[in-house]
Design a protein around this ligand. Sequence first.
Ligand code: HEC
Ligand code: HEC
Length: 454
Amino acid sequence: MRTKIRQRAFGCRSVPPGIGMVILVMLTGQSAFIAAQPAERIPLGNHGAAVEAYQQRVLDALQPETGATNYVPNGIDPVYWNALIPQDNEITPARIALGRKLYFEPKLSADGTVSCATCHDVTRGFSDQQPTSEGIGGQFGMRNSPTTMNVTLLHTMFWDGRSPTVDHQAMQPIINPIEMGMEDDEAVIIAGIKDDPEYRRMFRDAYGRDVNFQDIGRAIAAFERTLNFLDSPFRRYMSGDTSAISVDALEGWKLFNREGRCAACHAISPSNPLGTDNKFHNIGIAATHLDFEKLAAEAVQILQQDNSDKMLDELALATEYGELGRFTVTHNTHDIGTFRTPMLLNVGITGPYMHDGSLKTLWDVMDHYNAGGEPNLYLDGGIEPLNLTERQIDQIVAFLFTLTDIRFAEENARKYQEQFSLSRRERPERNTPVAERKVLSFENFRHSQPEQER
Ligand code: HEC
Ligand code: HEC
């Protein structure tokens, strides 16, 4: 098993003032964005995440309304919403409050430095805006941290869908050796929590029981069910406010459905605002230097000996077997290298992109699709070269930036600027030999190479 170790410094994070605004307005029209303001300096703590007190303040400002009983998020049909809530975990204010406290609780990690909020930081679109995430001891896994916003509306959890619900998911990082690193032992996990009289009282109020690991998962899930951020300019456009997005973004929306063929997997409609089919596809992101057949055979062997959720979680995050994607869950050959179509809501503020965080900007994402993906034996049939022009790419990107909840409008405008300037300097996915047709795609085709070639 391989883990990467890097270090991230303590200090402050600040964002430069809005120099690119003029370009931004020309390109996208002002209506879709609020001008980027110079950000205040955000105090940083363990592993480079914003300090807890700061995150809590931002969260208070973002969701003043969640203390209510019978919580139903704005913009979601109550019948649909209630069908998503497990019977053993109805949402109550006591459960939300407990889950919120646990979400920020570093005592749930072996060295007391990591909480859910380290990698799902409220000030960074509930992600960490890093290619891959840093857990205890400065260890890095091999997967990109998705946002915890709107996750409770997804059909499965994780890039490979290996967890069925948020309630189940929330327990996995706590016992993953490179994330929060607790021993897989209920007594150890709850020790620090059980000693705290306030937690004991809160668990009684929330679940009528003593502190236990399952209820830790449930409470965090109840809190996550309040992280709904659906109010995007695009959604407003869909509900009839034609001035909510720019002319270019509107062109981008048309291209998204037609020439770009994005809607084949990322369908967006008023009833499905997330922009995912909740299915698994190989779009040619997985590392192509790998010998997938060999990895697949080995992964099956390992999982035959230990098919626990914990082992699956470790394989996914800390080893090259993770590049097999959905295959590690189903063991079906056609699932090799497939990952769940991510939702596109709030995508402007949750980069870098893809399961391995390998693409820095939405321009890089577009270049990837425009070139037809990295060729491999398991590539999804829907992925082929698109021949979109630069202007069309800019328009689709403008559209993607209208999918961010308006509560993050400033951050969204800043990210747009950052990505825009980066994309004018470097386009690593565009200027490749395959994309420029200097080689034919099958010349790069890699499939079971002999060992000594690698
Ligand atoms: C060290 C960083 C780290 C910590 C700590 C962490 N996560 Fe994550 N989280 C990740 C990564 C990386 C993934 C993606 C892993 C994968 O798909 O294999 C993820 C995935 C998720 C997902 C699935 C999202 C989706 O779109 O499928 C949820 C929900 C989530 N985490 C919630 C939590 C909660 C709750 C906690 C605290 C108990 C937590 N995470 C702790 C890094 C972290
Ligand atoms: C065949 C299905 C399919 C098609 C067609 C498709 N996507 Fe994707 N998309 C995916 C999958 C699967 C991933 C995740 C792949 C991975 O990480 O390996 C993804 C990832 C993304 C991401 C990264 C999101 C994140 O949070 O990391 C963006 C943005 C995106 N797609 C936009 C688009 C756009 C724009 C188009 C059209 C040009 C498009 N997609 C076409 C399935 C598809």
